[in-house]
Design a protein around this ligand. Structure first.
Ligand SMILES: CCCCCCCCCCC/C=C/C(=O)SCCNC(=O)CCNC(=O)[C@H](O)C(C)(C)COP(=O)(O)OP(=O)(O)OC[C@H]1O[C@@H](n2cnc3c(N)ncnc32)[C@H](O)[C@@H]1OP(=O)(O)O
Ligand SMILES: NC(=O)C1=CN([C@@H]2O[C@H](COP(=O)(O)OP(=O)(O)OC[C@H]3O[C@@H](n4cnc5c(N)ncnc54)[C@H](OP(=O)(O)O)[C@@H]3O)[C@@H](O)[C@H]2O)C=CC1
Length: 283
């Protein structure tokens, strides 16, 4: 697979079949961090097509503008705001801008995240902190800011955190596995603590999903990902978007504190080496 083939095709996202009914998110607003990336953009398209007003958030205004223009071109209600979830002030500023617009999302999808592959023994202090600050602290900041609005306005809310498979077999990204395990534990805790506020908190653990985010991995490592699960294929961003629509919507009104693996079974079988597999493990 080439670097170019990882780019998502907006015209495909505009027409991909879905199991959900058009209008099932009418009247709902979804804030999607990482909304111009692979999984975030597919989720924005799906939720938008189902009737939601979608707000895409990320660091790169050019990518956000392009994604919003494509969605608006198909008649969807899409806007964007910049945010760096690593910066507390940036997250505060995002939510203040939404307050000024009198916009409170009903659904927050935390898809902003990422990591770089490196043997854990070589992690620098800064590298470790960057990944933990992005994936654990950044996700937390977004959750807390949204929850405060829902509490203050006595509104229900739903959060879907995109994490990674943490049980086994994701080697070379120990920093992100640690951060995402933190997000899962945090989500389970908040599912209880925020239930009185009518806030549901769930996670999706994707397996290998072909997105632009894969460019951080060497082609020879990427080539192995499709065989990292018993279904022997890579997943598509649309498959995560559909799970997002489930956990973020009315069908999951009684679901909270859950982590849904959309991973082709890779949480049960298989191994993923984002760095070259050491000779020690070769048969
Ligand atoms: C059983 C499990 C089955 C599951 C199968 C799954 C298989 C799939 C493969 C793996 C799973 C995960 C996949 C994905 O998540 S793909 C999509 C996610 N997208 C990305 O990861 C995007 C790319 N990543 C990044 O943008 C960066 O890594 C980062 C998160 C760090 C953010 O980048 P940013 O530009 O904001 O930060 P910097 O470049 O300034 O870096 C800050 C410091 O981080 C250290 N660093 C960064 N890159 C490297 C590197 N390549 N090697 C070593 N260290 C790195 C470094 O300290 C940086 O500071 P300095 O530049 O000052 O040194
Ligand atoms: N693709 C896969 O195989 C898997 C992905 N995941 C996870 O799913 C999530 C989405 O990944 P995917 O769509 O594939 O990756 P992408 O890299 O395509 O998208 C991630 C998005 O996050 C945004 N982002 C990154 N850092 C920040 C930040 N500090 N503040 C705001 N936005 C940020 C990026 O936008 P910008 O640079 O413009 O800010 C980017 O658009 C990530 O958490 C990823 O780790 C988990 C398992 C497997």
């Amino acid at each position: 697979m080439t670097d170019d083939s990882l780019d998502l095709d907006d015209s495909a996202l505009a027409e991909h079949p879905t199991v959900y009914a058009v209008g099932s998110f009418s009247g709902h607003t979804a804030l999607i961090s990482g909304g111009a990336g692979g999984i975030g953009r597919a989720s924005a398209w799906l939720l938008g097509r189902l009737g939601a007003r979608v707000i895409l958030a990320g660091r790169d205004p050019g990518k956000l503008d392009a994604a919003v223009a494509a969605m608006r071109g198909r008649g969807l209600d899409a806007t964007s705001h910049t945010v760096d979830i690593r910066e507390p002030d940036s997250v505060s500023a995002l939510f203040e801008r939404l307050d000024q617009e009198r916009t409170t999302p009903d659904l927050l999808v935390n898809s902003a995240g990422g990591q770089f592959p490196q043997p854990a023994i070589d992690f620098s202090e800064k590298g470790w902190n960057t990944v933990v600050n992005t994936n654990l602290n950044g996700t937390w900041r977004m959750m807390q800011a949204a929850a405060r609005r829902w509490r203050d306005q006595s509104k229900p809310g739903a959060i879907v955190n995109i994490v990674v498979v943490t049980q086994q077999g994701l080697y070379g990204v120990a920093h992100t596995v640690a951060a995402r395990a933190g997000v899962i534990a945090l989500s389970e805790n908040l599912a209880v603590e925020w239930a009185p506020l009518k806030i549901r908190v769930n996670c999706i653990a994707p397996g290998a999903i072909e997105t632009p985010g894969w460019r951080v991995y060497k082609p020879e490592q990427r080539e192995t990902y499709a065989r990292s699960n018993p279904m022997m294929r890579a997943g598509q961003a649309w498959e995560i978007a559909e799970a997002c629509a489930y956990l973020g919507g009315a069908a999951a009104d009684f679901v909270t504190g859950e982590t849904l693996h959309v991973a082709g079974g890779s949480q049960l079988w298989g191994e993923t080496w984002t760095i070259p597999r050491p000779g020690y493990f070769k048969s």
